[in-house]
Design a protein around this ligand. Structure first.
Ligand SMILES: CC(C)(COP(=O)(O)OP(=O)(O)OC[C@H]1O[C@@H](n2cnc3c(N)ncnc32)[C@H](O)[C@@H]1OP(=O)(O)O)[C@@H](O)C(=O)NCCC(=O)NCCS
Length: 187
């Protein structure tokens, strides 16, 4: 990745637009991410979701982009501009040309292919425009929907971290997935 980053570009997919979050998204982020069914599958989303947390989270995004460390996008439905969720590349490393993908979709929008389309679009953008050639994804073993999304976006199973996390006093397994660009595998 370049050290002088241009403005974070919008990514257009078939049904979705990935765009930077704006301050005005905060109430809807709080409503969608504040749903227990969304929060319980991620470590990143607190529950209950504190007032002000969404606005504070959104203010961090430009710094992550400019530092080349994290790239966070709002997932918006193209036809009506409805905010569906969020997707991000985390732990971006220019040195290793790799990153980790994470996402959530508001519960009322589950099961319509949004996470898969957004993941494919973001990874293709990162591969083609940012030069990243390896993507990791991980999910709790009790989250088959996320495991399915990762595999539909071209990530292959790479293993399981047994009893890796302690959540609510229970040790849980974490599934690992990875997608490697063919150019990276070439001799
Ligand atoms: C995981 C999540 C992002 C999926 O979003 P989505 O937009 O509904 O995902 P998609 O519609 O693109 O794909 C979901 C796939 O999982 C499948 N699926 C859903 N529930 C499932 C279950 N209980 N068991 C097996 N497969 C399941 C769907 O059938 C679909 O696969 P298909 O297209 O082959 O039928 C969404 O459920 C979510 O936000 N969950 C809470 C937060 C979260 O888990 N984030 C990821 C943390 S790693």
């Amino acid at each position: 990745m370049s050290t002088t980053m241009p403005l974070q570009p919008v990514i257009e997919a078939r049904h979705l637009r990935l765009r930077p979050f704006i301050a005005g998204d905060a109430p809807e982020v709080q409503r969608l991410a504040g749903d227990r069914r969304v929060a319980e599958m991620t470590l990143a989303i607190p529950h209950p979701y504190p007032d002000g947390a969404a606005a504070a989270w959104i203010t961090t995004h430009p710094f992550g982009w400019l530092a080349g460390r994290e790239i966070t996008y709002a997932i918006e439905r193209r036809r009506d501009g409805v905010l569906l969720g969020a997707i991000a590349l985390l732990n971006v490393s220019a040195a290793h040309a790799h990153a980790e993908v994470g996402y959530w979709i508001g519960h009322e929008h589950w099961g319509q292919g949004h996470a898969t389309e957004a993941t494919r679009a973001l990874l293709d953008f990162a591969e083609n425009e940012l030069g990243l050639t390896r993507f990791a994804g991980r999910c709790l073993a009790r989250n088959p929907a996320s495991a399915r999304v990762l595999q539909k976006a071209g990530l292959r199973p790479e293993g399981c971290l047994v009893c890796h996390l302690q959540i609510g006093g229970v040790y849980e397994d974490v599934l690992l997935f990875g997608r490697v660009a063919p150019s990276r595998l070439a001799p």
